[in-house]
Ligand binder design. Structure first.
Ligand code: WT7
Length: 659
């Protein structure tokens, strides 16, 4: 192809606003009937269509009990087991089909068939029981992307023990905090894993965390290879030894009430404390399964690869529960996309003949930066591609569409949150045209609204930005914040609901995002409105960062501002005042960065640490992060009239320029 042809394609793509799904895609898609929206608008019965995709031990009596909002109950009276739905029910038809295709960073490979998964999950379930895990005991799982992670999750689900998976990148302190909050008596970890060629001694984090926790959990340690590669404390139990006592054992799946919790997933909010979003068994599994089927177009015959980490909600819903419940083959990769080379992603796509590929805008921007040359020579053919976690800029979308999808794959941009359980705003790829930069239409049965700051609804399709809210419950929604119903109400419902009312229509879920609905009905998500930032698709609370920094001795005060970043979307800038007499040194900067790494994890590292004389504060002493954000992004300063000293932001600007 000549450069001229290239240019024509580029400009044609850049001018085009909508992209039709290819006919071949539509011809084979799981959901092609626009009537699906009307069916789901039969509220709440429409959602039975998702629940019907599962095997139930007992059918539900009532689809939705909304008598005590916002504590909604879904598929009340129904009973089921999630591990049965993800494993056992597939055995008759496809026990020899691969369930998990795991690729280690070191090139090791494991094909776990549904039969293997059945055996391993049963043995692990027996092992967990023998270690004293009972029904409703919360098990904290701190594992990287190895088969042990989904196996442990499904083993917990089998015996009715809710899991709380903590992303492996979280530090010892972050782990300890979550173990304490969940009051876990059991923590599952591993000796180590591979990251860019090194064997990371992951177990050290558990060692440190156990010294910090208030509770006194038992620790179970998997090993990455047959034998431990690093020293494992005598206090811990090796999973391999435990499993040896339970070879061939079978554990009957515990029949769980639809409303029994399946798992907790901690996420950042606007305070220093992460919140444990508690997800129910029936509604969650139905929602993850149904959305995986309709939005991701997953079929049992597919090879599906979501490159997220199972340690975040995306991996829970769209690596483990949704895909396995649908009986597909799901790829899992231990390492990073740039190791040992930048074509690693495409190498895996070719090797396993991946049909559906799911990633983040941050990854797309990174691939784009590395250049399309990195894809050359790899032979793969995606039918469907997903993005999630942050807005995708049309430029990145077009690159993904052209160079990864070869203009023959559909892209769905899926907006949702840890709290939501599954996609909330996303196109049904065979029904709507794609529009770069827009998440698109509400998922079937989901009723969003855009509200002004007073809570009044902005007219639909007005093109005016406002607060994104959801005005009707849905089965994937969190049940509560673990152990803190008050906080559940405060964080999500207080602002826009009539909280005195027990009529469900008066309750409105606040998403915390700004959004706009265009005149064409497409929703575009603009980003967080609260003190939560989005770093490479991961949610980080500014307060959490600030409390980690406050631990540093010489720091007087700290404020974190989100700076726009071409690759990661946003990165944290830290503004710090030091204590009287303390010198602003490089060494102090390092201690601040270390404190964030220790308090949260390396992935939360501040991008800049900026020393200033004073922070901008209101007369009541509240730090105005918004103004710091204007400074970080080199934008015009917003309203400074409420500042105790309106000259502070300019002084900071001058000071930074002088540095
Ligand atoms: C926040 C939720 C559950 C997905 C992984 C992140 C942002 C998520 C999109 C999207 C624009 C998005 C929002 C949301 N977000 N998806 N498609 N377009 N923004 O889950 O950590 O709970 O974060 O991620 O700001 O509130 P999370």
């Amino acid at each position: 192809m000549t450069t001229d042809d290239e240019l024509t394609i580029e400009s044609r793509l850049a001018e085009q606003e909508y992209f039709e799904p290819p006919t071949e895609f539509v011809g084979q898609a799981n959901m092609t009937d626009p009537g699906v929206y009307d069916r789901f608008d039969e509220f709440p019965e429409g959602f039975e269509e998702y629940a019907a995709m599962l095997d139930w031990d007992e059918h539900w009596d009532e689809v939705l009990d909304d008598s005590n909002p916002p504590f909604y109950e879904w598929f009340v009276g129904g009973k089921l087991n999630a591990s049965h739905n993800c494993i056992d029910r597939h055995l008759d038809e496809r026990k020899n089909q691969t369930a998990l295709l795991w690729e280690g960073e070191d090139g090791e490979q494991r094909n776990v068939s549904y039969q293997d998964l059945y055996r391993e999950v049963n043995e692990m379930a027996a092992a967990l029981r023998s270690a004293g895990v009972g029904e409703d005991d919360i098990v904290t799982i701190h594992l990287p992307m190895v088969p042990a992670l989904p196996i442990t999750m499904l083993a917990c689900a089998r015996i009715g023990a809710p899991h709380s998976v903590v992303f492996a990148g979280f530090s010892a302190s972050a782990l300890a905090e979550r173990v304490d909050d969940a009051d876990s008596d059991h923590v599952v970890t591993i000796d180590g894993y591979y990251r860019r060629g090194d064997f990371l001694e992951h177990i050290e984090k558990a060692d440190e965390a156990m010294a910090e926790v208030d509770v006194d959990p038992d620790v179970l340690a998997w090993t990455r290879h047959d034998e431990p590669q690093v020293e494992v404390s005598d206090d811990y139990t090796l999973v391999s030894e435990l499993l040896a006592d339970h070879r061939g054992e079978r554990v009957a799946p515990v029949s769980r009430d639809a409303e029994d919790p399946l798992f907790l997933m901690y996420t950042s909010g606007t305070t220093g404390q992460p919140k444990g979003c508690q997800h129910r068994t029936g509604g969650y599994l139905a929602y993850a399964t149904g959305t995986a089927k309709y939005d991701e177009d997953i079929k049992p015959s597919d090879t599906y690869w979501c490159s997220a980490d199972i340690g975040w909600i995306t991996g829970h819903s769209y690596i483990v529960y949704g895909p396995l419940s649908l009986g597909t083959t799901s790829v899992m990769y231990e390492g990073t996309p740039d190791y040992p080379h930048r074509g690693r992603t495409w190498e895996i796509a070719e090797k396993y003949d991946v049909d559906i590929f799911h990633t983040s805008p941050t990854a797309v921007r990174q691939f784009m930066k590395w250049g399309e040359e990195e894809l050359e020579g790899y032979d793969f053919d995606f039918r469907h591609m997903t993005t999630v976690g942050e807005p995708i800029q049309p430029e990145a979308w077009l690159w993904y569409y052209k160079h990864v999808g070869d203009e023959s794959a559909v892209i769905v941009d899926t907006w949702w949150q840890t709290e939501n359980g599954g996609h909330m705003i996303t196109n049904l790829p065979a029904i709507q045209d794609m529009k770069p930069g827009s998440a698109g239409h509400p998922a079937p049965g989901i009723e969003p609204a855009i509200l002004d700051d007073a809570g009044e609804e902005i007219a639909p399709e007005s093109g005016e930005a406002g607060n994104l809210a959801i005005t009707r419950p849905w089965p994937g929604m969190l049940q509560t914040v673990h152990g803190d119903d008050e906080r559940f109400i405060d964080e999500y419902w207080e602002r826009f609901s009539d909280t005195d009312s027990d009529d469900s229509v008066d309750w409105i879920y606040e998403a915390g995002d700004a959004a706009v609905q265009g005149t064409d009905g497409y929703y575009r998500i603009l980003g967080r409105l609260d003190d939560v930032m989005n770093v490479a698709g991961h949610r980080l609370g500014t307060m959490e960062l600030e409390s980690a920094i406050a631990e540093v001795e010489d720091v007087a005060e700290a404020a974190v501002a989100a700076r726009d970043d071409a690759e990661k979307g946003e990165v944290p800038d830290v503004y710090v005042t030091v204590r009287e007499g303390v010198e602003e040194t490089e060494e102090l900067r390092e201690r601040i960065v270390e404190s964030v790494e220790e308090g949260i994890g390396k992935f939360a590292r501040p991008s800049n640490v900026l020393f200033v004389d004073e922070l901008p504060k209101t007369r009541s002493g509240k730090i105005m992060r918004r103004l710091l954000e204007d400074i970080s992004n080199d934008e015009e300063l917003g309203n400074t009239s409420t500042l105790a000293d309106p000259s502070v932001p300019e002084t900071i600007r001058d000071q930074l320029q002088a540095d």
